[in-house]
Design a protein around this ligand. Structure first.
Ligand code: Z5A
Length: 212
């Protein structure tokens, strides 16, 4: 479009294993984009602030038990409850940097043994990211970073299975980032890729839905 109101924001997702650096890099990206004068927000899934998010949080901290299918659908519902706000933000020109999204949902549940296609189904119709940045790190290396906390899933053997599931999920459009390099080097690499994506979206790349 030609006027500023028609310039949409970009949907940028960071994925990766626990401790891969998603949170650190997401906030650096936000600072970077805001510094350039772009409207941008940092989002994360699970969004623990909603009712559904609180159920997820209880589950992750082992304060409740849920069947694997049930928690999978809650993670998905937690994205669905944010979908319309997400679309509004993007259409009104705000870029969203999102720490984990549907790929986490599918990777973590299929790592437990649930069927891949079943895991993907409830994500159909959510907004498709314009860019997926995968922070690639070996599970053993990630485990060395400050140690895991006490949450469910924060165990080496399980993270190895998750890594395999991410490998099945990823396609040619993902940017695979070597997450073992110094934080500042990764930061610079991400800035270039992200700015390029923001510009492409501003030029009118249409929004689409998963899985595309
Ligand atoms: N989950 C799911 O099952 N289904 C779903 O649909 C979704 C999620 C959305 C909660 O996620 C769990 O929910 C998660 C997946 C599952 N379980 N696991 N595992 P979460 O977002 O709350 O937790 P997390 O993503 O695992 O967050 P994290 O532990 O904070 O990891 P991170 O954000 O990737 O890393 P970080 O905090 O930026 O960095 C970790 C440490 O490494 C920190 O000390 C940094 O200073 C350090 N670091 C970062 N980068 C570097 C480099 N480059 N070199 C050296 N050290 C570094």
């Amino acid at each position: 479009g030609s006027n500023s109101e028609s310039k949409r924001g970009a949907l940028i997702v960071l994925e990766g294993l626990d401790r891969s650096g998603k949170t650190s890099q997401s906030s650096k990206l936000l600072t970077y984009l805001e510094g350039l004068g772009h409207s941008a927000e940092l989002w994360r899934f699970p969004d623990r602030s909603t009712n559904v998010g609180q159920m997820i949080s209880m589950y992750l901290s082992n304060k409740s038990q849920l069947d694997d299918h049930t928690i999978h659908l809650l993670f998905s519902a937690n994205r669905w409850e944010k979908r319309s706000l997400m679309e509004t933000k993007l259409k009104t020109g705000t870029t969203l940097i999102v720490d984990r999204y549907s790929y986490s949902g599918v990777a973590f549940s299929s790592a437990k043994g649930l069927a891949l296609e079943w895991c993907k189904a409830p994500e159909i119709g959510l907004l498709a990211p314009d860019l997926v940045l995968y922070l690639d790190i070996q599970p053993e290396k990630a485990a060395e970073r400050g140690g895991y906390g006490g949450e469910r899933y924060e165990q080496l053997e399980f993270q190895k299975k998750v890594a395999k599931c991410y490998q099945v999920l990823h396609d040619a459009s993902w940017k695979i980032i070597d997450a073992c390099r110094p934080i500042e080097d990764i930061e610079k690499q991400l800035q270039e890729i992200v700015l390029d994506c923001v510009m492409t979206c501003q030029k009118g790349k249409p929004l689409s839905n998963l899985w595309s």
